[in-house]
Design a protein around this ligand. Structure first.
Ligand SMILES: [Zn+2]
Ligand SMILES: [Zn+2]
Ligand SMILES: [Zn+2]
Length: 117
């Protein structure tokens, strides 16, 4: 678990579950990586969301603990290099007639700073 923890501490970007499994394939098998990720997520160390490729992505939590785990921010995926990052902004939850909305999962897609030049 420590190796995975350190991996997230040293990364400013989100990482897909496929890349994580690949990254640790010398040290642990897929099932172990999945188990560690779900444990870290329930501890409030990381959070997960879906990328535009349909994969699950994980990113480090900044302000969460195991009893307060809330990552309502949108995520951004660059369509050129594929990098995914957390956006520290909050979007208003839209009002939809006859629906009670508790949360939203927003993925913004575009070009990152590096890819625009
Ligand atoms: Zn969190
Ligand atoms: Zn990019
Ligand atoms: Zn995030």
């Amino acid at each position: 678990m420590l190796a995975v923890q350190e991996f997230f501490e040293n990364s400013d970007y989100a990482v897909s579950v496929v890349d994580l499994v690949n990254h640790f394939k010398e040290e642990m098998n897929k099932a172990t990586v999945y188990r560690i990720l779900s444990r870290m997520e329930s501890e409030g160390m990381i959070h997960s969301f879906n990328g535009m490729d349909g994969l699950t992505w994980y990113a480090a939590c900044k302000h969460c603990s195991h009893d307060h785990h809330e990552d309502q921010h949108p995520h951004f995926q660059c369509k050129k290099c594929g990098r995914v990052e957390c956006l520290e902004i909050s979007l208003p939850i839209p009002k939809v007639k006859d629906h009670k909305i508790d949360s939203e999962i927003v993925l913004l897609v575009g070009e990152c700073n590096n890819c625009q030049s």
